[in-house]
Design a protein around this ligand. Structure first.
Ligand SMILES: NC(=O)c1ccc[n+]([C@@H]2O[C@H](COP(=O)([O-])OP(=O)(O)OC[C@H]3O[C@@H](n4cnc5c(N)ncnc54)[C@H](O)[C@@H]3O)[C@@H](O)[C@H]2O)c1
Length: 437
């Protein structure tokens, strides 16, 4: 990838399109509106609250990220989306039960005006959903064309300058890349033939790229993570990223495990269990959707701990992940981790983590950051997989010959160095030898 020569300024309005207007998406919309009105602050958002050190430690140059790279202003964001349920964003947010009535009331008027477009949906890919706000089309290709038309209409109606799409739809059943995903010709042929390997989330990704709209996938299903769409994104100069927002339990995993490895502490086992009662939990009750999530949640430890390099420490650990749908909890998930580690002379120790989190409260700022950074990438002429955004994902996409980087701290360094690189600033290695000359 070449360093951007120039970055277009973020002028005009930026459309934010989410396939899926459920808990995460509506929490984002309501939150941005409350922040815009000065009713709240954007906690959890690196683009809004984070800073970046530039130059030497002695220079004292530490601007806010949003002042260093020019990001779209929150006041310029216009929201839209698709869902299989016809509820407007207010009703959907009330059903999701993430925000309390007081906060929802403040954003009521704004949310009520955001109504979902008809979804490209097929129950074969999300078994536990039964919605009516669904597009009709003879082939999957027709459906993709309808999504493209939605995108164009939305842009025109709202007089937008640019758009970004983030998949906030349900987790689809587990699928592996197949021959029809190999290149664009096979992919388009398969869409026209209604091939079962083409899931709805791929139609949105295809439509977004076709329209030059950056696309990120917040769920663990393949979506844009197939060779045909990766190449298509490169050819069309569209930045893409995924998969699966890194929010609660996996965030903790990618914080703790680099610490164990840094101190050469061994691991015998890691048992993770969750209870959650939102619609996401209901969808994940289906074994097909659960398998997609499980694969995504299991990956991080293997990559971070590198058992092949450290067989005595990490060669034999047991890693299990369970998710249980438990309606009384709603969006307020509880994630327990029992971690069996060992230290000097092999003596065993245990760590218990009980994270009483709020799924969508953790996810919403991630979506905001992805929107703003993908828009920046597009304005900077960056295309294809944006590995520097791995920071936000449980299963980061990367070039086929690479392994994904899961360690949160390496991911953050990579993200900030990418911003410095884009702006022609010196990269920070943390060597610091020059201070002792
Ligand atoms: N909240 C988190 O912490 C978190 C973390 C990682 C990943 N995710 C993923 O993000 C996604 C959204 O999570 P959520 O809590 O908002 O779930 P949700 O169930 O509240 O919302 C998802 C919405 O997508 C809609 N949908 C499903 N298929 C669709 C399609 N083909 N087109 C348009 N709409 C469709 C559903 O009707 C639903 O309203 C899920 O896949 C979830 O696994 C969430």
């Amino acid at each position: 990838m070449r360093r951007p020569v120039s970055i277009a300024p973020p002028k005009g309005k930026l459309g934010v399109l989410t396939p899926g207007m459920g808990a995460v998406s509506t929490t984002l919309m309501a939150g941005v509106e409350l922040v815009r009105r000065g009713e709240s602050i954007p906690v959890g958002s690196l683009t809004q609250m984070g800073t970046i050190r530039l130059g030497k430690r002695t220079e004292g140059r530490v601007p806010k990220i949003k002042d260093f790279v020019r990001l779209a202003d929150l006041n310029d964001l216009i929201f839209g989306g698709w869902d299989v349920f016809p509820d407007d964003a207010y009703k959907a947010a009330a059903k999701a039960g993430v925000l309390d009535a007081k906060d929802l009331a403040k954003a009521q008027k704004f949310l009520k005006e955001i109504r979902p477009m008809k979804a490209a949906f097929d129950q074969n890919y999300v078994k536990n959903l039964h919605g009516t706000n669904v597009k009709k089309g003879k082939t999957k290709f027709d459906l993709a064309e309808q999504i493209r038309d939605d995108i164009r209409q939305f842009k025109k109606k709202n007089k937008l300058d640019r758009m970004v799409m983030v998949w906030c739809g349900s987790t689809e059943v587990f699928m592996k890349p197949e021959a029809v995903h190999k290149d664009l010709r096979s992919f388009e042929k398969a869409m026209k033939a209604n091939h079962p390997a083409i899931a709805p989330s791929m139609l949105y990704a295809y439509a977004a790229i076709s329209e030059g709209v950056p696309y990120a996938n917040g769920a663990p299903n393949l979506s844009v993570d197939i060779p045909a769409l990766e190449q298509f994104a490169k050819d069309r100069n569209v930045p893409v990223g995924g998969k699966d927002f890194k929010t609660g339990q996996t965030l903790m995993k990618t914080v703790l495990s680099p610490g164990f490895k840094a101190r050469m502490l061994g691991l015998n086992g890691w048992f993770s269990t969750n209870i959650l009662g939102n619609r996401d939990g209901e969808v994940l009750e289906d074994p097909g959707s659960f398998k997609t999530k499980e694969e995504s949640k299991l990956g991080a430890l293997e990559y971070i701990l590198q058992p092949k390099l450290y067989p005595e420490l990490y060669g034999k650990f047991t890693h299990k992940v369970r998710i249980n749908y438990y309606p009384p909890r709603g969006d307020n998930k509880e994630g327990w981790d029992n971690i069996d580690i060992f230290g000097w002379l092999g003596y065993p120790m245990q760590i218990k983590v009980d994270f009483l989190c709020r799924d969508s409260i953790l996810a919403a700022p991630i979506v905001l950051d992805l929107v703003l950074f993908l828009d920046l990438a597009k304005r900077a002429g960056m295309r294809g997989i944006q590995e520097w955004l791995s920071f936000y994902f449980k299963s980061p996409m990367c070039a086929p010959e690479l392994y994904p980087e899961h360690d949160l701290f390496i991911q953050l360094m990579k993200l900030k160095n990418t911003l410095r690189w884009m702006m022609g600033e010196e990269l920070i290695t943390h060597l610091g030898a020059e201070y002792y000359d």
